[in-house]
Design a protein around this ligand. Structure first.
Ligand code: VGL
Ligand code: ZN
Length: 199
């Protein structure tokens, strides 16, 4: 029997108010997602998980500030404040997120020289996280997304889900965005065109 999984994206302290890369009202999604979790047979989480000094951190690039763009061998990369460093408080899930029922945590961004927004592929759009294989082996053919941030890790994941042949929907109530230079509208449009259901 084909099934749907809820994939909770990056509900971590650094993306919540007070965190290093805080998404406005990011913590509002926590109770909403806790409700969602109770309604799904399969719940997966992603966790942004960077080594200290990760190449996506502006602090690693002389003369660059957070939110500037640099060219990496794999394409353009936004530079971010240091965030979600492995093992730190900022990288931990929000304390009120009830992730006990989750069957898998996909960590991403753990290789020093490449960022990874999507739960399926790193930012070269080639290196796989293993999630496609996991979902297929578990008989899951549809995925629903919630979490942070709508216009980065959620959107990239939803687009890749479609590319991999999964049905995909984004539960907008349960997401909050960064909106960098119009990125929120741009990514909403891209998702629509890719057949992601925006609900
Ligand atoms: C994210 C920027 C950098 C996200 C992660 O979770 O959307 N954004 N790392
Ligand atoms: Zn990151």
């Amino acid at each position: 029997m084909p099934a749907e999984a809820l994939i909770v994206i990056d509900v971590q302290n650094d993306f919540c108010p007070g965190g290093a890369l805080a998404v406005e009202n990011g913590d509002e999604v926590v109770p909403i997602i806790n409700d969602l979790i109770t309604g799904f047979d399969h719940v997966l989480l992603t966790q942004d998980w960077h080594p200290a000094g990760h190449s996506s951190f502006a602090s690693r690039h002389q003369g660059k500030n957070p939110f500037e763009i640099v060219e990496m061998p794999y394409g353009d990369q936004v530079l971010w404040p240091d965030h979600c460093v492995q093992g730190t408080f900022g990288a931990a899930f929000h304390k009120d997120l009830d992730w006990t029922p989750a069957e898998l945590v996909v960590r991403k961004g753990f290789r020093a020289d490449i960022d990874s927004y999507s739960a399926f592929f790193e930012n070269d759009h080639e290196t796989r996280t293993g999630l496609t294989g996991y979902l297929r082996e578990r008989g899951i053919d549809r995925v629903a997304f919630a979490g942070l941030a709508t216009d980065f890790c959620v959107a990239y994941s939803a687009l890749d889900a479609r590319k991999q042949g999964f049905g995909a929907r984004v539960l907008l109530d349960a997401c909050r965005g960064i909106d960098l230079n119009g990125s929120l509208n741009a990514m909403m449009e891209k998702m629509k065109q890719a057949g992601v259901e925006l609900q």
